[in-house]
Design a protein around this ligand. Structure first.
Ligand code: ACO
Length: 325
């Protein structure tokens, strides 16, 4: 029994923020951002929308593609670090929105690796025979977690959501493997210090900008490239494949330089590697399902194709998956 992707969907907010718009907010330039990150523009959520709204639309699109009704869904796993509330889970909001009355729902917090953690969790659930259909969603409103006066971080991120619908099928296609890792020793290189139990809400905390994402980009970069390469090789080796067998490499879209360095180390060609970070920036847990949805609709994913995906993010967390489409 395998967990096969039978539907994909995504939602990107209408509002586009270009690098030129950012030039008006912080001391930066279109040229600096493109050269260092490959990002040209990103999407920003509307004032009256939240993470669950984007996740709901992405999930509905995935169900529509698969022709699956809400009552058929057994499980909803939502990867996010920018949920609607500290608790309860944003997955529960989505469950109510789509009317998935037979599903149980929970969030996964693994930053940019969140979607692969969520996929792995749903895959295990299906393989164990505990249910048949699972929605796996990545949705982020990072525009509300970045400090718009910090040029080191605000130029990198964007908002969006993506979803895949998994179905239990006796098939050669589906999720072949998931490899996940964490190392909490690197926590402070990439994190959001407040407000949680460690730093509860306070006026001093707001003044110290604790509720905003903090990152030491240089350090993250080095570990990201190494980890993404190693964990991708692990996925291929575990399944007896090599780089040449990969139809599409759909990695977490953090930064073009990270993607190019990883692709090169994996000896993958440009044609094998899917990139859309130029259009949306880093949407953390949402980049991979958005990219899968776009790749599918561009006709890049054909039945039987091998899809390799890998992610790296705060925690640190990292992981990979190999999927037979
Ligand atoms: N515009 C202009 N100048 C800037 C900007 C900006 N937006 N941001 C930083 N700078 C300046 C710095 O202040 C610094 O100036 P200084 O030399 O006078 O001190 C200079 O540019 C170089 O800064 P670095 O941080 O060394 O620049 P670097 O080449 O490392 O690029 C970047 C920064 C893009 C963040 C890079 O380190 C990176 O991509 N890191 C990966 C981090 C990442 O993508 N994290 C996302 C989450 S984790 C993940 O998804 C992998």
């Amino acid at each position: 029994m395998k967990a096969r992707i039978i539907g994909t969907g995504s939602y990107l907010p209408e509002k586009i923020m270009t690098n030129y718009d950012l030039e008006k907010l912080v001391d930066t330039s279109h040229e600096w951002i493109v050269t260092r990150t490959g990002i040209e523009e990103r999407r920003i959520i509307a004032d009256d929308q939240s993470t669950s709204d984007m996740a709901t639309i992405a999930a509905q699109r995935a169900m529509e593609m698969a022709g699956v009704k809400p009552a058929e869904i057994d499980l909803i796993v939502l990867a996010t670090i920018t949920g609607d509330y500290p608790w309860p889970a944003t997955a529960c909001v989505v469950q109510a929105n789509i009317g998935a009355k037979n599903a149980f729902a929970y969030d996964v917090s693994a930053a940019c690796s969140g979607f692969l953690y969520a996929l792995s969790s749903a895959n295990d659930f299906i393989r164990a025979g505990s249910g048949k259909k699972a929605l796996v969603i990545g949705a982020e409103t990072l525009s509300r977690a970045v400090d718009w006066t910090d040029r080191n971080t605000c130029v990198l991120f964007g908002d969006g959501a993506g979803a895949v619908l998994l179905d239990a099928q006796e098939s050669d296609s589906g999720v072949l493997s998931c490899h996940l890792y964490s190392d909490g020793n690197y926590l402070e290189l990439l994190y959001q210090p407040g407000f949680g139990a460690k730093h509860p809400p306070s006026v001093e905390g707001i003044e110290a900008k604790l509720p905003y994402l903090k990152m030491q980009g240089n350090e993250v970069f080095k570990v990201a490239v190494r980890s993404l390469t190693e964990v991708s090789k692990e996925a291929l080796k575990a399944n007896g494949f090599g780089s040449a067998d990969v139809a599409q490499f759909i990695p977490h879209q953090a930064n073009l330089r990270i993607l190019e360095a990883t692709t090169k180390r994996l000896k993958l060609t440009e044609k094998q590697s899917f990139i859309n970070v130029n259009k949306y920036g880093n949407t953390s847990g949402a980049t991979i399902p958005i990219a899968i949805d776009e790749a599918y609709h561009q006709g890049l994913l054909k039945e039987g194709d091998l899809i390799l995906s890998a992610a790296f993010g705060g925690g640190f967390t990292w992981g990979s998956t190999l999927i037979r489409w």
